[in-house]
Design a binder for this molecule. Structure first.
Ligand SMILES: [Zn+2]
Length: 437
């Protein structure tokens, strides 16, 4: 009887997975799990068989990694509070086809807040864990910072907004390529790329597998499953889809090991039959030898609704952090300078003297090495001063006006936004320095 029951569940599970895979290829299968990372990885592996080997190499790498072997990770060999915080610069590519999809900076920040809360175990719901899981809950000591310097060295706020003609994006990664209506990745050795947009019906999010090409490396999220406000929609309105997908991006598997009673390669997560739908409570029915505790459906790597997940385990933390060790696939990120500069201030429309708008011409703008300032129509400004400030308000160039048309050399400027002022009356004239590639 037990054997019959097992076979029945086994066959059902595989029929569902097969159904998911087929549906994903056409429209995305999300009704079952909310996450299509596994299906995406399978399809990518058929296109790039080298990924299978990379996945195996990763398992060997993690097995050989000792928790104490990476000096950058551990201060003085002290576990727990001695762990070094890993900071990951993040760029969010917002692709929008309608005004509604153009999510705000506030919504982007709300997502980063959730990541920094959940990866640092600062969420209050962790206190509601059942006693038998409490000791397993981990502060991963991983934080996410908005990129402040873009790949070209220009100041940035870590967000790219881009209008697209695509009404939605599918699982074929179009969202990751400018030539296909998406937006090109920033260097994956320096930034975590998060793409947000309207996805095929049913798709909520997916992550690239470890070893993916750099232009595809990152996570993709539906615009209504991102952050905690604005377009975020229940049951994916608490930012946990990104927490889950970044878990994959850092090498974690689904807690059920993506097969019936499978292995997620993490020792302290109990085995479970499969994904937990919805938002259960209490102890689930025992299965796969997890009778002591039932399923750990509150783990971020299950697919329970946002409101019902609240923990990574110590084992998951170690697995994620192993990727940053010397020779690991995320090691380069430790050396990223992507968040080392000051955040570009909020773009503000600075007032400009009306007579200057009409009578001073600055060109070209954006400019590379030289700008021409023509004050010919503004009357005699001889002796007035031209001043250029950077986005931090620092004076980077000044020159007296000696002729109606003057050229100024800005070749030494770093790429970015500057403010040009003329004389005492002038307030600001926006100038963009952009070196030609
Ligand atoms: Zn997943």
């Amino acid at each position: 009887m037990m054997v019959q029951q097992f076979m029945k569940e086994f066959i059902m599970r595989h029929l569902i997975l097969l159904f998911c895979l087929l549906t994903f290829i056409t429209a995305g299968c999300l009704a079952q799990t909310g996450c299509t990372s596994k299906e995406y990885s399978k399809i990518e592996s058929t296109k790039n068989p080298g990924l299978v080997q990379k996945a195996q190499d990763l398992e060997s790498f993690i097995k050989n990694w000792s928790f104490y072997s990476e000096p950058r990770m551990v201060a003085s060999g002290i576990e727990g509070n001695g762990l070094a915080v890993i900071k990951i610069p993040v760029v969010v590519h917002v692709l929008y086809n309608s005004v509604e999809q153009k999510i705000t900076e506030e919504q982007v920040r709300s997502q980063l807040d959730v990541l920094n809360r959940d990866y640092r175990m600062l969420n209050t719901s962790v206190t509601e864990l059942p006693d038998y899981f409490k000791s397993l809950a981990a502060d991963c000591f991983i934080e996410f910072t908005p990129a402040t310097i873009d790949p070209q060295g220009r100041p940035t706020r870590g967000i790219v907004w881009k209008k697209t003609n695509n009404s939605y994006f599918g699982s074929d990664d179009g969202i990751k390529f400018s030539r296909r209506g998406g937006d090109d990745a920033w260097d994956a050795d320096r930034y975590l790329n998060i793409w947000v947009g309207k996805l095929s019906p049913g798709m909520v999010g997916y992550s690239s597998p470890i070893g993916a090409s750099k232009e595809k490396d990152g996570i993709v999220l539906r615009y209504s499953a991102f952050g905690t406000l604005g377009t975020a929609t229940a049951p994916y309105n608490l930012g946990r889809t990104a927490v889950h997908e970044i878990g994959h991006w850092l090498g974690l598997k689904h807690i059920w090991g993506d097969r019936f009673c499978g292995d997620d390669e993490v020792a302290d997560t109990p085995p479970q039959k499969g994904p937990t739908p919805g938002c259960p409570s209490g102890v689930t029915a025992a299965a796969c030898d997890n009778s002591a505790s039932g399923s750990m459906y509150m783990n971020f790597m299950d697919v329970t609704y946002d409101a019902c997940t609240n923990m990574f385990t110590n084992g998951q933390r170690d697995r994620m952090r192993a990727l940053f060790a010397e020779g690991g696939p995320r090691h380069a990120l430790l050396y990223s300078q992507g968040s080392s500069g000051p955040l570009l201030p909020m773009p503000v429309e600075l007032p400009v003297d009306s007579f200057l708008i009409q009578s001073v011409i600055v060109y070209p703008n954006p400019a590379d090495n030289t700008i021409t300032v023509n004050t010919g129509a503004a009357g005699d400004l001889t002796g007035d001063r031209i001043r250029i400030h950077n986005h931090l308000g620092q004076l980077v160039l000044q020159s007296n006006i000696t002729a109606k048309t003057m050229q100024l050399n800005i070749s030494s400027f770093r790429n970015g936004l500057y403010y040009l002022k003329i004389g005492a009356k002038s307030k600001a004239y926006k100038l963009v320095k952009a070196s030609l590639p």
